[in-house]
Design a protein around this ligand. Sequence first.
Ligand code: AMP
Length: 542
Amino acid sequence: MLGLMQEWPLLCHKILDHAALFHGGRAVVSRSVEGPIHRTDYRAIRGRALQVAKRLEKDGIGLGDRVATMAWNTGRHLEAWYGILGIGAVYHTLNPRLFSEQIIWIMNDAEDRFLFVDLTFVGLIEAIADKVPSLEKVIILTDRDHMPQTTLANAVAFEDWIAETDQDFAWKEFDERTAAGMCYTSGTTGNPKGVVYSHRSNVLHAMASVQPDMLNLSSRDRMMPVVPLFHANGWSTAFSCPMVGCGMVMPGAGMDGASIHQLLSEERVTVTAAVPTVWLMLLQHLEKTGDTLPDLERVIIGGSACPRSITQAFQETYGVEVIHAWGMTEMSPLGSMCTIKPEYQDLSGEAKLDLQAKQGHPPFTVEMKVTNDENEDLPWDGKTFGRLKVRGPAISASYYKGRGSEQFDGEDWFDTGDVAHIDPHGYMEITDRAKDVIKSGGEWISTIELENLAVGHEDVAEAAVIGIHHPKWDERPLLVIVCKEGCNPSKDAILDFLRGKVAKWWMPDDVAFVDEIPHTATGKIQKMDLREQFKDYSFPGT
Ligand code: AMP
C-alpha cells in the first residue's frame, strides 16, 4: 500500500520561492566587488534570479547545460545560481585559486557553455578562454559603468544582459533527481573529480543542515558565509539560509581580518562559517586592534581540523561558541558538527576543549562507520581508528564520468579517505587522511593530533607532520614548523612542549623549521609537496 501524499518534487528554486514569500524583506548584504556595501532582500533576489533564468533560456541554455561561475560571495552570485538551476541547467563553481591548467581541465571536462565571472578574475579568464572551446559567453558580474576593457569575445555586463528581459517567468519543473550543481574536488593527486549535486540532494542536505544540532539557523539569525560558494557547495549556505529566512551577509572579495570584522559588527552577524585560516586572520586583527565581537553567537569552523587555540580564543576571550564541523565536497558537504549533547553538557575547561577538538556527530541523512582494511566494522570506543565511511541521500554515488569508482563499495558506502574513530555517544574524530597517516612499527600515529598540539605553542604559526622513512620503525614523524614573526624557538623547546601530551612513541623524531608550508587551493596543507621537499631528509643518527 502506498501513502496518499502529494508528489512535490524537492527542487532548489522552491527554497527561494519560500524565502521571497515568507521572509521577502530579509536583508542580503554584500560587499560588492566594485567596493560599496550593497543591500537587497530575498524578494528582490528571486525577481532578479527569474530574470537571469529567462535571459539564459533566451540565449539557448536549458536542461543539463553546465554554466560556470567564478565569483566571490555576493547577492549577484546567488542570483546567478538560482537563475541557472531554475531552468534545469547546472551551476558549476570554479575555484579561482587553482592553477590555470587545472581550471582549463575542469572547464573542458564539464563542457561549460557560459561563465559568470567577477571583475577580479576577468584577466584570469582572458588568459585561458581560447583553451576552452565549449565556452560561448562570459557574463561579467558588474554594470556598464564598471565594465572593463576585455579581449574576451562575447563578454557582457551582467546588468545590461539581464536588463534585456523582465521577471515575467516561471521556473521549470522537472524530476527532483535532475542535476543542480557541480563542484570538482581539489584533487591532491591526479586530476580533480566532478561531484554532481541533484536538486533533491541539495534540498535534503539544506534541511538537515539547518537543524539545531547542525548550523541551527533561523529567521532570527544573520549568517555570514565567509567560506566561498566555490568551496564544497558553499557549505550549503545558498540553500540553508533562504530555506529558513536567515539573513545573509556576503563578504565579497574582502577576506582579510579588518574587512570581515567590519561586516560582522556593522551588520550584527550572529553566525559565520569558514576554514581555520580565516579565523586566525580575524583573531590576529582583534588582538591588534582591541576590537570585540558583541553580536556574534557562534562560529562554524571546518575544512581542516580546528586548532584548539582558535576554539579557546573565540570562547574565552570573545564569548563566541565554536562549532567544529567536518564534511567533504562529495557530501554536499556537511557530514558532522560538534554540538554538545546532554551526555557532555557538564564538561568545562580543558575537557570541553577536548570534546570540541572532535569533528562531532552527524545529522539524520548521514550514516557513518569506521572499518579496518578488511572492511570489518570497528568498535565505537573513541580510540580504535580506521577508515571512515559514509552514506546518505546527499552523498556522492559516483563521480562525473564514472571516475574514482574504487571509493564506492557495493553497499553504497563512500570511503572518505579520512581515518577516524567514533566514541560511544557517536562523536567522530578525524585522526588523519589515510594517505598521510604515519605507520610506525605497525601502529598508526595521527599527524593531525600532533599538528594541533604543536600550534598550541606560543611561537608556532603553523605546523605539519609527515612520515619519514626509518630503518627500524618503517616511518617516524617529522614535525615541520613555521614560526610566528620574530619568534625563534629551539627544537628542544618545541619537543618539551609536546612531551607528556602524547604517547612517548608518538613524539616527533625531529623538528624542521621552514618559512612556508605549501597549501592546496582550498587551504589544506599540501603534504605531498612537503614530503617531496623532505625526500632526501633522514633523521639524525639513522
Ligand atoms: P573538501 O572536499 O575539499 O572540503 O575536503 C574534504 C576533506 O577535508 C575531508 O575529507 C577531510 O580530510 C578534510 N576536513 C574537512 N573538515 C575537517 C575537519 N574539521 N577536521 C579535519 N579534516 C577536515
